[in-house]
Design a protein around this ligand. Structure first.
Ligand SMILES: [Zn+2]
Length: 248
């Protein structure tokens, strides 16, 4: 199912891992499409949706990425039909921000960590190198980080490499877009989903092996895309394109 705001819902899936998985969005930002695909689309404007993933697993309520938040407006205009943001999207499915027990940030760019401060009871799973880099980014990446999204006493669980968060939810390191980018593999009894973040902001990044337009390391970016492609039978959820979870 899908509505105009890009909410995609799958029925609660009770299987080996007892996971409920939903794609939520925090609106969209208009940008030059060449920022999403290396060497293509110069001068083409694109409405990039800000995808997050909500996962319910037992008593845990997990959110992957937290949109552009209010901060987004200071960086670039975030368009939200009817003012509907990520917090509203959660509330619409009966989840309050304080119910979230874990947040996985694919990386700490502002448009993936914007509402971090709303999740006061959550533990934050961020790659160790990403966290280090976010405090002192290179000049060319400086505008993508905002300390207000991570530097205020959050409870961090620094992650190195592959990491099982709960049964059926595994962090996969996918550096290249940033130094410590990570994607998330969700496995239910019948299905596999991969939340790509900006390893693949669009479907075409993964389908055509086109690296993102923004990278800290282009070779790593391609290796990371290939790593995700090697996980067979998965539905890929790109970071910035409307996506369906497919049929379970
Ligand atoms: Zn990014």
């Amino acid at each position: 199912m899908s509505d105009l705001l890009g909410i995609h819902v799958v029925p609660q899936h009770r299987g080996r891992c007892a996971l409920e998985v939903r794609v939520l969005t925090d609106g969209s930002i208009a940008l030059d499409k060449s920022l999403l695909v290396f060497g293509k689309y110069f001068g083409t404007k694109y409405d990039a949706v800000l995808n997050s993933l909500f996962i319910r697993s037992g008593n845990d309520r997990i959110l992957v990425d937290t949109g552009g938040g209010e901060l987004g407006q200071a960086f670039i205009q975030v368009t939200r039909p009817n003012g509907r943001n990520l917090i509203n999207e959660l509330q619409a499915i009966g989840v309050s921000p304080t119910d979230i027990t874990m947040v996985i940030n694919t990386h700490l760019h502002w448009d993936h960590s914007g509402y971090n401060s709303a999740f006061k009871n959550a533990k934050f799973f961020v790659n160790k190198e990403e966290l280090r880099y976010a405090y002192s980014p290179d000049k060319f990446m400086k505008n993508m980080y905002a300390r207000s999204t991570f530097d205020f006493g959050l409870e961090f669980e620094p992650v190195s490499g592959e990491y099982k968060v709960v049964e059926g939810v595994t962090i996969i390191p996918t550096p290249g877009h940033t130094v410590g980018h990570q994607s998330v593999l969700i496995e239910t009894e019948k299905s596999k989903f991969i939340f790509c973040g900006d390893c693949a902001p669009l479907k075409e990044n993964i389908e055509r092996r086109n690296i993102p337009g923004i990278t800290t390391n282009a070779i790593q970016a391609l290796e990371s895309i290939d790593r995700l492609r090697s996980i067979k039978g998965a539905v890929f959820i790109p970071g910035h394109e409307e996506s369906s979870l497919g049929t379970l």
